[in-house]
Write a protein that binds this ligand. Sequence first.
Ligand SMILES: NC(=O)c1ccc[n+]([C@@H]2O[C@H](COP(=O)([O-])OP(=O)(O)OC[C@H]3O[C@@H](n4cnc5c(N)ncnc54)[C@H](O)[C@@H]3O)[C@@H](O)[C@H]2O)c1
Ligand SMILES: O=C(O)[C@H](O)COP(=O)(O)O
Length: 526
Amino acid sequence: MSKVLVSDSIDQAGIDILSQVAEVNFNPNVSPEELLTIIPDYDALMIRSGTRVTQEVIEAGKQLKIIGRAGVGVDNVDIPAATRHGIVVVNSPEGNTIAAAEHALAMMLALSRHISDANQSVKSNKWQRKLFIGTEVYKKNLGVVGLGKIGSHVATVARAMGMKLLAYDPFISVERAEQLGCRLVEMDLLLRESDYITLHIPKTPDTTHLINDEAIAKMKPTARIINCSRGGIIDEEALAKALKEGQIAGAALDVYESEPLGESPLRELGKEIVLTPHLGASTAEAQVNVAVDVAEQIRDVLLGLPARSAVNIPGLSPNVIEKLRPYMELAETLGNLVAQLAGGRIELLDVRLQGELATNESQPLVVAALKGLLSQALRERVNYVNASIEAKERGIRVIETRDASMRDYSGSLHLSATGSMGKHSVTGALLNDGEIHITSIDEFPINVPPTHYMLFTVHRDMPGIIGKIGSLLGSFNVNIASMQVGRKIVRGDAVMVLSLDDPLPEGVLTEIMKVPGIRDAHTVTL
Ligand SMILES: NC(=O)c1ccc[n+]([C@@H]2O[C@H](COP(=O)([O-])OP(=O)(O)OC[C@H]3O[C@@H](n4cnc5c(N)ncnc54)[C@H](O)[C@@H]3O)[C@@H](O)[C@H]2O)c1
Ligand SMILES: O=C(O)[C@H](O)COP(=O)(O)O
């Protein structure tokens, strides 16, 4: 039975799902040192933002197949290391969207009306009404930085509260911003015109310290900033100084450069700052959502099924998976076949997606073809996660072309591999019953389903040659299950494809090559 380690606090609903297929160990207090010693025993690791999954952890996790992040941000996971080791990383991109958006809105209102300090004051037996005069958000400019899932919900609610919206997001269209009632502007303008600024972006090299001394200098003295996205997007030292000196009016932070927040000048500030301990996703509803979403994906991957929100396998959204699932096996089989026909070291793989496969959504088929191609060398070490990286590291160039006009079958895949021993190509399609068929070899038309043991020859199309091969195999006690010949012209060159019930004994291929008229022969095991 598989073993799953849950190293952060996760809702029971997730644990229940995992327990259906695995032994689950719930250890939310595991130290980094202990994690390193116990991880070799586990097939899956389920985390939130509290566990740092470093390269060291990944290297120690010899059995790890999947890391599931019950939440959005995966910046606590070394994704490149996981990818190199073929470990799929999944998250829950939408499970806590509403929770995080509502927290940002709550922080904006709490900051405007000094809720936190006023509460403290009443609880310490005071009644200080004048001290806590607030400001309204109605008709104020809200600058939303990052108009993704959370930013969009914040914008929708803020608009309903009568705020005027500006947004900065270089990756969304003017139309999308307009739909949300936002004026899409440059960051500089957003900084200068906003009364409130709310950050909803990932932490990347581009966004680290996006809010620094220089950015703060552009803000209104009455401006307030809210960060419920990621620590490190605001330079905390610059912010603390700006608040202390009254350069801006306030800040509300849920996330920090280093968590838990240690010694910090932010703690010394008064009612101009509101601090929460990374609570954006901490609602009962969001915790059930993310736990169930991620546990289901871990369960599926442990059962050999694809995950719907893998962050290190490109393009595998749930509907794409459903559509491509039968073609993934086709691509993998053809990759494996062409690698065996080409033999030797492969330098170039040309993948042509034809007919209805000629769309951008079919990109995972290229990865599947590479997985098949590399399975000859790497066996089970290669998977959908690391196939592209492994190919790159081996210097295999991949060319991807699309040809929607090719309509022999509704969708077909043509692979051609060039390597140290020449060039070979195969085409395959799914026939109506969903069965994989090889539809050409080295551009010769054929129509055969792949089988475990196969023999491919190229020969002169002349009388007697097929019989000779049949007798030769018979003399070695190899039973032929089916045979097909493909040719372009009569008495030109032809390919012969034989499905065999038995593997070819050693030395038979050399004998086949001696048959007059045979130009080339390959055995293939699929
Ligand atoms: N505080 C919490 O507990 C909590 C909870 C959930 C999510 N988050 C964080 O909130 C952030 C937003 O999450 P989301 O689900 O909305 O993500 P999302 O991917 O839906 O949206 C992010 C948006 O940021 C934009 N963006 C990327 N780089 C940008 C840049 N340099 N400048 C401006 N915009 C840029 C993208 O185009 C995208 O529209 C993430 O950092 C996530 O980790 C925090
Ligand atoms: O990225 C996220 O989903 C949030 O930061 C939530 O983090 P948490 O799961 O540790 O609360």
